[in-house]
Design a protein around this ligand. Structure first.
Ligand SMILES: Nc1ncnc2c1ncn2[C@@H]1O[C@H](COP(=O)(O)OP(=O)(O)OP(=O)(O)O)[C@@H](O)[C@H]1O
Ligand SMILES: [Mg+2]
Length: 358
């Protein structure tokens, strides 16, 4: 998927005639759909195997909301729908939970709401609920739409896997009926409950309530950069990056994406080659993009070696990972990785990540 989506994105940056442009756009859209499906099926089999774990860390709720908004706004706008977020009136400070999984549920519900609405729009509301335990904060998330609604008979089974309100849904809207089943399981793992109220033809409100521990302070902060409209990526010109991956296609995608940003790229095919390149020129690189699973020497071993070498120890190492399994992330951080870029690479995230480390 990294090759399919990465190369399609690169192709879009080339001069193409309009028919070619349309074809590439379709490749990307179909690729995105396929990626989404693969991720859902993987998540779902993890759930079935009892392997979906939550990873609780301090996080800012506002950052989650902003991210969901940024991600889904274009989809709503392209259908002429409003998408509004009514967040809490007060700044809560850092909360403690699994922000990525929480975000996944919000994205599932909000994208459903956008998908099943033709007129009007979607309002996402977050309110605090009263509870007896002062160390816990109960938050209710509500996603209300003015869409097609759901027949009362269908409401009960919606949260079951592969279930859609009626058999015409796939034909009209696509999808596999996994989003809600996954959301329900995540909400339950986070200690909460999920539900829906709906009237056919009027709209639906999907909601979930999750208890959060109030954390006094963030244990570590990897603050995202405040999102400016057009970050000054021009400052990336001349940056010297070592890109390490055992897949030739992935290296090609990285190389082209980096060259387009004016970055100077050196390529290495495994951890050992990377170490050799770095040791030959300890001052020759500003940053390393490091795949994790590689033959000969994997990315984490190479990162540990880098951290132990006084001449290289301060070098930022960004891991390229295909999963967000908490154990894997933890192992990577322990090895000395500075940050993560998810595979398949979203080429728009690369300059953002690089500019964070220069
Ligand atoms: N906001 C909504 N309005 C109307 N119907 C909805 C809404 N959200 C979910 N549904 C119904 O619930 C069904 C299950 O939703 P779910 O998110 O699990 O699957 P999906 O969106 O069809 O596919 P997937 O999420 O796997 O791509 C949908 O097919 C649809 O019939
Ligand atoms: Mg869905």
């Amino acid at each position: 998927m990294n090759a399919v989506l990465g190369l399609a994105q690169l192709l879009q940056q080339q001069p193409l005639d309009s028919e070619q442009m349309t074809m590439v756009r379709h490749i990307r859209e179909a690729g995105d759909t396929l990626l989404h499906l693969i991720n859902d099926i993987l998540d779902f089999s993890k759930i079935e195997a009892g392997q979906l774990k939550v990873d609780r860390q301090p996080f800012q709720l506002s950052a989650v909301v902003e991210h969901v908004d940024r991600l889904l706004h274009p989809a709503a706008a392209s259908k002429g729908l409003y998408l509004q977020f009514e967040a809490l009136p007060v700044d809560l400070g850092p909360l403690f939970s699994d922000a990525l999984r929480l975000e996944q549920v919000l994205i599932n519900l909000t994208s459903n709401a956008i998908k099943f609405t033709e007129k009007g729009g979607v309002a996402v509301k977050i309110v605090a609920q009263a509870n007896d335990d002062p160390t816990k904060l109960l938050l209710r998330f509500e996603v209300r739409d003015t869409g097609i609604g759901i027949h009362q008979d269908a409401l009960g089974d919606l949260f079951q896997a592969f279930n859609q309100a009626d058999s015409g849904i796939t034909r009209r809207f696509g999808g596999t009926g996994l989003g809600l089943a996954i959301s329900k399981r995540i909400v339950e793992l986070l200690g909460g409950t999920i539900g829906v109220e709906s009237q056919e033809g009027k709209g639906s409100t999907f909601w979930f309530v999750i208890p959060f521990e109030m954390s006094a302070m963030a244990i570590f902060s990897r603050e995202p950069k405040p999102s400016g409209e057009s970050p000054a990526y021009s400052s990336l010109a001349g940056l010297r990056v070592l890109a390490v991956d055992d897949s030739q296609i992935n290296l090609m995608v990285l190389e082209r994406a980096l060259l387009a940003l004016g970055v100077q790229v050196t390529l290495a095919g495994d951890g050992l080659q990377a170490l050799q390149a770095l040791r030959n020129a300890p001052d020759g690189f500003d940053l390393v993009l490091m795949d994790v699973q590689m033959p000969v020497m994997d990315g984490l071993t190479a990162t540990r070696e880098i951290r132990q070498d006084p001449a290289l120890a301060a070098l930022p190492v960004i891991a390229l990972t295909a999963g967000v399994l908490p154990d894997e992330q933890q192992a990577a951080l322990a090895a000395g990785v500075s940050d993560f870029l998810n595979k398949p690479l979203d080429l728009e995230q690369v300059p953002e990540m690089l500019s964070r480390y220069i």
